[in-house]
Design a protein around this ligand. Structure first.
Ligand code: FAD
Ligand code: EPU
Length: 336
């Protein structure tokens, strides 16, 4: 185990923020994790995956542990499903491609989401009509204080829209070690998200397959989301806010083009990108901090913005959306 001191986190977060970590180590198995945790028992810890949903607004005066637990194993199968366990340090998109190659269905709509397997249940990652909870079976996590492995079933995880128990009541208590997914042997294609059907048509796809859906999702995402290798970002900076149907009707009276989706429970999810664009932020830039030109929900670092510049811009956006629409945005990105 190599414990580094005072290192720059710039290569370890997709915003490209140049914050420093007091200590930094990687771990490839539970023994190595336990050894490092014991060595620095008294200081704050942060578990890092691909760093694609995090904004450092200051140096981290503690120990950053980067999860590099690898391995993808087919555990068993029944007539309908295959149960596949993946190490938390596996790259998420590589895992998706691994499944597509074997015709294991369920994660194709989640193609090209940056980051690692271990973070996928943290905020119940979602895109194009699918969320992790739709394919999640269970996970193993390390309880930092009790120093033991604990299994979490789907109900234990308390999944919600961009939420789980790991962002809630057990926040910072567990290190996710591996995740097992329940994948279909016979695909059930999900093209309910309109843009997928349009893209499949544009691509001239005659016979639908999970590969074709994955390719369509990759095309759509690439057309509007900035590639973090070129422009620093962490995807959607805010969640899409949920409001009551009555409030939605009121807002519609004042803003007839407002974009909202009706949830099964009667509430409405508003497109935060639309709200932000209407406040005039899309394409805005101040120094190196900005609001993406093609997707207003994505804040970007054009080079050398620090975490506070990005955070302050998010605060200005939040205030203007509140003033214009009376709706309070909630940040999706983890602020450190
Ligand atoms: P990190 O950023 O490293 O960590 C995120 C949080 O999880 C932190 O609080 C961290 O402490 C914790 N954590 C990470 N790993 C572990 C672990 N093993 N054990 C315990 N805690 C852990 N998200 C979506 O849901 N849908 C999208 O469509 C989407 N699109 C994106 C597009 C772009 C261009 C970018 C940059 C991001 C996008 N995201 C999206 C956000 C991001 O990719 C996901 O949240 C992803 O799951 C983060 O993974 P990560 O490994 O980078 O996590
Ligand atoms: N819109 C605008 N202007 C914009 C952006 C969006 O008007 O600048 C409106 C459009 O009407 C558009 C609608 O908002 O049709 C929805 O936009 P989009 O399809 O791009 O999706 P989103 O709601 O902005 C969510 C997720 C994404 C996920 C996509 C696809 C959240 C917070 N974000 O974005 O997840 O990839 O749907 O399913 O739920 C992420 O979490 O980091 C992320 C990128």
């Amino acid at each position: 185990m190599l414990l580094q001191e005072n290192i720059s986190l710039r290569p370890y977060n997709t915003f490209g923020i140049d914050a420093k970590a007091r200590y930094f180590a990687t771990f490839a198995d539970t023994d190595e994790l336990e050894e490092t945790l014991n060595l620095k028992a008294q200081i704050p810890k942060l578990i890092l995956g691909g760093g694609s949903n995090i904004l450092f607004t200051k140096n981290f005066d503690g120990l950053i542990l980067k999860n590099e637990i690898k391995g993808i194993t087919e555990l068993h199968e029944d007539s309908e499903y295959v149960y596949v366990k993946a190490g938390a340090g596996e790259n998420w998109h590589q895992f998706v491609l691994h499944c597509i190659e074997r015709n294991w269905a369920g994660v194709e709509n989640l193609s090209l989401i940056p980051g690692n397997v271990g973070a996928s249940p943290m905020q119940n990652i979602g895109a194009y009509g699918v969320e992790i909870e739709d394919v999640f079976w269970d996970l193993e996590a390390w309880h930092i204080k009790d120093q033991k492995k604990v299994t979490f079933t789907k109900s234990d995880c308390e999944f919600g829209y961009r939420e789980s128990v790991f962002k809630g009541k057990v926040k910072d208590q567990f290190v996710i070690l591996n995740v097992t997914y329940q994948l279909r042997k016979t695909p059930r294609f999900n093209t309910s998200y309109g843009a997928i059907e349009q893209e499949l048509e544009r691509m001239g796809v005659k016979t639908i397959s999970i590969r074709a859906i994955s390719d369509a999702v990759i095309n759509i995402r690439s057309s509007k989301l900035p590639n973090p290798k070129e422009i620093g970002n962490a995807g959607s900076f805010f969640k899409n806010p949920t409001i009551s149907a009555a409030l939605f009707e009121n807002l519609k009276g004042a803003f007839e083009n407002i974009v909202g989706y009706h949830n099964a429970d009667g509430t409405v999810k508003l497109a935060a990108g639309w709200l932000i664009e209407q406040c005039g932020w899309k394409g805005y830039r101040k120094g190196d901090a900005g609001c993406h030109t093609k997707q207003a929900l994505v804040l970007v670092n054009y080079g050398h913005a620090d975490g506070n510049e990005i955070y302050n811009l998010s605060e200005e956006i939040l205030q203007s959306v509140k003033e214009k629409f009376g709706v309070i945005l909630e940040r999706e990105v983890n602020i450190i």
